[in-house]
Design a protein. Structure first.
Lengths: 340, 540
């Protein structure tokens, strides 16, 4: 085989091209693997936990999401080298607190030809950078992207209709993401070149989920709730544009889509907002949910970029104990109403 | 500073350039024609008719604007008229002929005798040429070793190792038309091989420098030619040169920096040819033919064309004057003045070389291996390979790689910046007068009465002291000139005031007993702009 046409680690050319690697056997990674494997896509799922890998091999189920069947085209492994050699397209499906470590570990086994997209709907901890910025430091490849949108693990596991968007500055990443992750009718994948927007919209939707939890916990009613959602999107768009993103991204799957899907009791951010409203939650827990952390990080970014964000400011004031939930409810929305 | 180690003959690959020239041109012609024919199959704007019409239209517009000779315009009008009736074969012939024509217009020359002369007795002769007639002996003495006035330092050993292992692309900051000779001498002082480089065609209007540039590997870049076919020829020529191992030099800033702020928004056209060239080498089975981008800064005590550049920057029309033909560089008297007053200072130009990068913006080890941000060795060839190890073509991907490289370059330039006394004192004076004026806005300062543009020398010295301390604590901002290290703030102020009041048409700052009077706030702003990436003391 010539230098320009070699196969890697014994994989047949077509097989590797058509395989999806997933890092992390958490709920989302498992659900995504399940959908893809059921659609006939070959999947390599890497977990650092040998016991999880063994369970998947023997029961074809993952302990983190037992409702999701994991049929044969899915292979579980605890060896990252196996993942890197079997798949060029990799989804990093880990928590925001693990992104740094897992990127570094993945970076040990991949090269510049790999494509890595993350599925982290939050900012990277502890420094509140966008996750792709952390990946740039940890991975040897530049072909980096993100997937985001209202695709809940349970929906995916139970064949309910879902959609996500894949974003990157590289057209190739978007095209490969759409080709490899698209599994209609359960999962439809849209494309975007606005990586900054997708990451910010996704992270901020967590912050606004806390606000919606507050609003619902205070029984503010559908009118104020609608105002809250629309003004939140408006200010998030302003922040995004100042950071180099496109405004329309915030009204898409990663922004509005994520916000609507998270505003339910299944979301830790939403529950936290409700608990703050009824007095059972403590602001000391603010660092524990990704949405609350995103709210505080968003305020820092807004100050740096000089963007007015009254909704986020109100949420942050409650989270830091400077205002009571009831007091902030009256402040939500622009104090200086202007043209929409 | 500098090196006693001579450039090895084997490293001066330009010596074989003349023998290669026809082959290189033929390769450029073959590739550009093949690309255009392949694109033309899609029809529409890519069809040959459109490509040829674009050339004719742009040439007619250019010549009409320049009141060119009727004969020259007629050639393009004739082409435009004939296009509709031309057969496909005729269009292909015309395309081939145009590619050859522009290729010949671009291609450089390398005369080893001129190189030997320029690097041997050249500097002495240059000294003679640039010495005022009335003080021949003094001028000869001062300029006998012109290249010694140009210091070179930085990561020279790594750059040399890379030049031996592969092909280097030197990418300096760009603030003056003197940059070409300055970087040439800088390379010589660093023991690095000579490079070929694209020089604006307007520079060839200076007959003296034109002679050297034409014979030392420079190729001509005519920035008036905006059509795609010309850009394709230029980029392909650059890629072919790199693939054949010719060390090259690009100014990623594209044009001289008008503001003197360290360049951030880099033009990526020619820089992108590094990815193309490396990809072609990998495809040809030669991934070991590595390319290394060597960032560099050229740091002048004073800049020859500062007055014109800052005026252009501050003028609203600044951006439209992309090519300036009537600046100090076109006035031989100003060049003589510059050489006589500026280049006689020890270390008045300092070229600092940074650690090389690969075409994808990765750092490299001392022996030229690419490493990622975690310090792991990476295979650069993997960046252009697809899922099955095949080399894949993807223009958008390659453009994104080049943007990443541009971001890396822009991020390392500040660290490589060397501040002369003129920069630091200009900043200290600017900080002092703007604090009193209550604004750092240059447009407001221009309207401030002269009696308010005064600072006490003591206040400036103490401001300078604090600035130097902050600079010493933040290597990412750059460093002061090595010769300043032992000097007290007051001595640095005196040295800077001498410089700032000696060369330009009128003094920038002059001393009146214990006061420093700002006479030209625009030029003060220009010189302090070199420190613009250092936040004001109040903000820090």
């Amino acid at each position: 085989m010539t230098e320009g046409n070699r196969s890697i680690a014994g994989q047949g050319p077509t097989q590797r091209r058509d395989t999806v690697g997933i890092v992390g056997a958490g709920a989302f990674g498992t659900a995504l693997g399940s959908v893809l494997a059921r659609a006939g896509r070959r999947v390599i799922l890497w977990s650092r936990d040998e016991a999880v890998v063994e369970t998947i091999r023997t029961t074809r189920r993952c302990p983190r999401l037992p409702s999701a069947p994991l049929p044969e085209p899915l292979e579980a492994t605890s060896d990252p080298r196996r993942l890197a050699s079997a798949a060029r397209f990799v989804v990093l499906a880990v928590t925001s607190t693990n992104v740094r470590d897992r990127s570094r570990a993945l970076g040990d086994v991949i090269d510049g030809s790999h494509i890595v997209v993350h599925a982290v709907g939050a900012l990277a901890q502890p420094s509140n950078e966008r996750v792709s910025q952390v990946m740039e430091l940890g991975l040897p490849t530049l072909k980096i992207g993100a997937i985001a949108g209202p695709a809940l693990p349970d929906d995916l596991a139970e064949n309910r209709y879902s959609s996500i968007v894949v974003a990157s500055a590289f057209e190739e990443v978007v095209a490969e993401g759409r080709r490899l992750l698209n599994a209609p009718p359960v999962l439809r994948v849209y494309g975007s070149m606005d990586l900054i927007g997708i990451e910010l919209a996704s992270a901020l939707s967590g912050a606004y989920t806390v606000a919606l939890g507050l609003s619902d916990g205070l029984s503010m009613g559908p009118g104020p709730r609608a105002v809250l959602i629309t003004r939140a999107l408006a200010e998030a768009s302003r922040l995004g544009v100042a950071a180099g993103a496109e405004a329309r991204t915030f009204a898409g799957l990663a922004g509005l889509g994520n916000l609507l899907v998270r505003a339910s009791d299944r979301s830790a951010d939403y529950q936290f907002g409700r608990r703050l409203a009824d007095g059972s939650g403590s602001t000391a827990d603010a660092a524990r949910t990704e949405g609350a952390r995103a709210a505080l990080a968003g305020i820092d970014l807004a100050a740096k970029l000089r963007v007015r964000m009254p909704v986020l400011k109100g949420v942050a004031a409650v989270l830091t104990g400077r205002l009571e939930p009831k007091a902030v409810a009256n402040l939500i929305g622009d104090t200086v109403a202007e043209a929409e | 500073m500098g090196s006693d180690r001579p450039v090895r003959e084997a490293e001066n690959r330009l010596e074989r350039f003349n023998g290669d020239r026809e082959r290189l041109l033929a390769e450029v012609e073959r590739r550009v024609v093949a690309k255009k024919l392949a694109e033309a199959r899609a029809g529409g704007d890519a069809s040959l008719e459109y490509v040829l019409n674009d050339v004719a239209y742009c040439e007619i517009r250019r010549l009409e604007a320049a009141s060119g000779k009727a004969g020259a315009i007629d050639r393009w009008r004739d082409l435009s008229r004939r296009l509709l009736a031309m057969s496909e074969a005729d269009k292909q012939d015309e395309l081939r002929s145009l590619v050859r024509y522009y290729g010949k217009d671009v291609v450089g020359n390398f005369d080893p005798r001129v190189y030997k002369f320029a690097t041997g007795i050249g500097p002495s002769l240059l000294g003679f040429v640039f010495s005022p007639v009335g003080s021949l002996r003094e001028g000869m003495a001062a300029m006998r070793s012109l290249d010694a006035r140009i210091h070179a330092d930085g990561e020279i050993d790594v750059a040399r190792a890379c030049a031996e292992r592969g092909t280097i692309i030197v990418t300096p900051t760009h603030s003056s038309n003197m940059d070409s000779p300055a970087i040439g001498f800088g390379l010589l002082r660093a023991g690095l091989p000579p490079t070929t480089y694209g020089a604006g065609k307007n520079l060839f209007s200076n007959p003296f420098l034109s002679y050297f540039m034409r014979n030392l590997g420079a190729y001509r870049v005519d920035r008036r030619l905006k059509f795609e076919l010309y850009k394709d020829v230029l980029k392909e020529y650059s890629a072919v040169l790199l693939e054949h191992g010719y060390h090259s030099l690009f100014f990623p800033g594209g044009t001289r920096c008008r503001s003197n702020i360290i360049e951030k928004n880099l033009k990526l056209g020619l820089l992108g040819t590094t990815v193309t060239a490396y990809k072609n080498s990998v495809r040809d089975g030669a991934p070991h033919k590595r390319l290394y981008i060597v960032p560099a800064t050229i740091n002048y005590r004073l800049v020859l064309e500062a007055e014109t550049l800052i005026d252009d920057y501050l003028a609203e029309t600044g951006k439209s004057r992309y090519i300036i033909t009537d600046d100090e560089f076109s006035r031989i008297g100003r060049i003589l003045e510059f050489f006589r007053k500026i280049l006689v200072h020890e270390g008045s130009v300092i070229v600092r070389f940074g650690r090389p990068l690969d075409p994808f913006g990765n750092d490299v080890t001392d022996d030229g291996e690419s490493i990622d941000r975690q310090g792991r060795v990476v295979d650069p060839a993997s960046f252009v390979r697809g899922a099955d190890g095949e080399v894949s073509d993807d223009d958008q991907r390659d453009a994104e790689y080049t943007r990443a490289l541009g971001r890396r370059l822009a991020s390392v330039y500040p660290r490589l910046t060397v501040f002369h006394a003129t920069h630091l004192v200009a900043r200290a004076v600017y900080d002092t007068i703007t604090r009193a004026a209550g604004t750092r806005d240059i447009y407001r300062l221009i309207r401030v009465p002269p009696q308010q543009l005064v600072a006490s020398a003591d206040a400036v010295a103490s401001q300078l002291e604090r600035l130097r301390k902050r600079l010493a604590g933040t290597p990412a901002w750059g460093s002061e000139h090595p010769l300043l290290a032992a000097q007290e703030a007051s001595a640095v102020v005196d040295d800077a005031v001498r410089g700032l009041s000696s060369y330009h048409t009128r003094p920038i700052v002059s001393r009146r007993e214990m006061l420093l009077q700002v006479d030209d706030v625009k030029l003060l702003y220009y010189y302090q702009n070199r420190t613009a990436h250092m936040p004001p003391e109040e903000a820090a």
